[in-house]
Design a protein. Sequence first.
Length: 448
Amino acid sequence: MTLVAMLLMSTCVFALGINEKLEIKALGYLPEEKLALLNRGLADDVAKNEHLQLFYNDKFVARAYAVQVDTHRSIWLIYQIISERPFTEKADMKARRLAPRLVPFRVKNAAEEVRVDELKKELMAQAPPDKPEPAPRLKLGYKESSREDNEEIPISNPEGSLALNPSDKSVDSDAFQEEGGRKYLNVQVSAAPVKFSTVNEAREISYGTNIQSADWGKKNLAAHYVYTNRRSRPSNFTPGATGIATSSSYDAGLNFDINKITDHFSFFSFFTFQRERDGAIYPVRYRWNIAPFGLKYDIYNNDKIQDLSLSYTPILEYELNEVPTVHTTQTGIDSFGSPIYSYTEEVQEKKFQRARHSFRFGFKWVPSPNFVVANTFWYRPSHDFANKVIDWRDCRLSNDFSVGYNPSDNVTLGYQNVYTWDILQKRLLGLPSSNMDHIFTISYNFSI
């Protein structure tokens, strides 16, 4: 078995890296199904769910997503087609590998509906017959064995043979190549070494990680954790202070989505946890947001505008704040009969349980494979069900605009402009309601 593995791995001489080009040819094409049979497979280090850009005469003609891969051939779902001529004429093309995470959700969903086993026969019927490989030249006077190859190597004694795997008379090379090649999770480790905030001109540095499911079809599971350390002058809760104050925040969450349960609607749910520390005070000891169910309506999407959607979900919010106060106590009177007071700084805890209506507008534009522009707008008014009152000002409004560039498949450089408006910052803590952050990030992406 070890020898078989070495032989199989030695055939992967066409290993295709990100942005590297490879000569490729269509052997069959079904225009109505947008399926193509290409002459590359596992032996060329092509795996299922591979993502390619295809070029003909150095001009872009289409993108392709692998739905089934055999040893020397593969079936691809062709999308974003500029010209079908190279497929119908079975012309020579060049392929450039793209990151699988750039495949639109609609393409992944369409791939699940493809009747590959049924259509494979039609594609194979269009393909030319395989050319038999020339028989190897024998040297040193050895004669070619006339026995059928049964995973045995003839040795000098014509009556003997060396079996590679006596207990197993067949080896599924396709299964061998697939094993270990499938990726289950996409992981992103990021750092924001430069972040500027308008409140107190704070300087921050944050670290975080995002873990997202890979190749789960319509289902998507994602988790994130971000830690931020801030240095500002002065502290928000020490009026008149001139020293440097440190603070930190923690943000974690889990999201679950089922994309395209109908043509335009997707299901999602999430929960998040937040904590903020400013010096010795925790203005947010904890804040839990739980969204048990939500619906996203896809207004429009294509290969470049991959998201233009409106979402709604109810949110249950549990929060505990620490609010600094000054306790005043009369300790006596002075010689003129005026009262004498002593002042003691205290921290009060205020606990809240709210319900919110959450509206989200999402936009994502991918003008080129390595460049992404996105914007997410949230509006979350509070609803007091006991008094049947909606507080439209207590809405935790936010707008997150981001630009990302991928100089390589594993590295992302980004900029974020995050604006938030929260009236509770003013009502509870006496801080400005609005804040704007400018964040520059660098991320490293890999799959496991």
